[in-house]
Ligand binder design. Sequence first.
Ligand SMILES: Nc1ncnc2c1ncn2[C@@H]1O[C@H](COP(=O)(O)OP(=O)(O)OP(=O)(O)O)[C@@H](O)[C@H]1O
Length: 325
Amino acid sequence: MTAILDVRNLKVYYRTPMGFVKAVDGVSFDVRKGEVFGIAGESGCGKSTLVHSLILRKPPMIHMGGEAIFKGRDLMKLSKEEERKIKYTELSIIPQYAMNALNPTKKIKDIVWDLAREHGAEDREEVEKLLRERLRMVKLSDKVADMYPVELSGGMRQRATMVVSTLMNPDLLIADEITSALDVTTQRVVLELLHYFMKEGIVKSIIFVTHDLALLDKIADRVMVLYAGKVAEIGPTEEIIDSPAHPYTSLLIESLPKIGVHYKRAKLKGIPGTPISLLNPPKGCRFYPRCPYAMEVCQRVEPGVFSVGDDHIVACHLYGGEKNE
Ligand SMILES: Nc1ncnc2c1ncn2[C@@H]1O[C@H](COP(=O)(O)OP(=O)(O)OP(=O)(O)O)[C@@H](O)[C@H]1O
């Protein structure tokens, strides 16, 4: 499968009075055409920073290095104007707190028209027709077009935001923790909608960000686990969940209340310790202070990336490097 997005050694920091917060620190991955790529990890591991740096980068967020090639162009080098042009049309993001993302002072149809006009649309009637069609597709009344966001329930607003974000058929849709504030039934509806958008060819690929690996079991083809601004592991979802390679992924899975049938055997437990400070991360492996398998080398040397299966990589000394020399 060809990559639609190829991220290499990306570094995105925050400038603070105390120094740089190294929120994304040398992250590499690709997102392929036709796949749902999941990004998982605890709160604060850099998931939002990573995806927002692709399209909504603004101070105090700073691009410190690396590239993100999207359809042949480096997103890190786009001018504001180029960024504005591709947003919604080629690369779209449904933000965290999507329920409150829509301008409360405008009707849905006016929000959509503003966006479409900004991207060169001229025929308001046509845009409205498409909006009403898409609203019906996601099982909302087309009258929602004439309503203000505050007139909609949380679940309806969520769906309306999804319609707005995908109206211009973006190649890549980023969904950032869009289900975390929802009850289980609404969560399922949202996941079904994302599948539907893919099936209908409205979006070609999706990056689905969540702290909840159990959700990725339902939707993602592949998963990347982040820990403290670094990649811990990337692989096919089933393999990550059934046979995680990184000790952090194993602990994440064990800490889940349930993860479909896969979870039945596991015993519920939390991950001991707290994540390290991203202002002054340790020199070696960032998971070293919490890792049950930590070795002497882990404290000194940052682990390389090792292959542990077909299309499955892990950044951990247990799988190679200095300890085996
Ligand atoms: N504006 C900011 N200034 C300084 N540090 C920030 C800023 N925003 C985020 N951070 C820090 O960057 C790191 C990564 O945060 P980020 O929000 O990307 O993580 P996350 O995995 O998406 O977490 P969550 O799910 O809680 O949003 C954290 O240490 C966070 O405190």
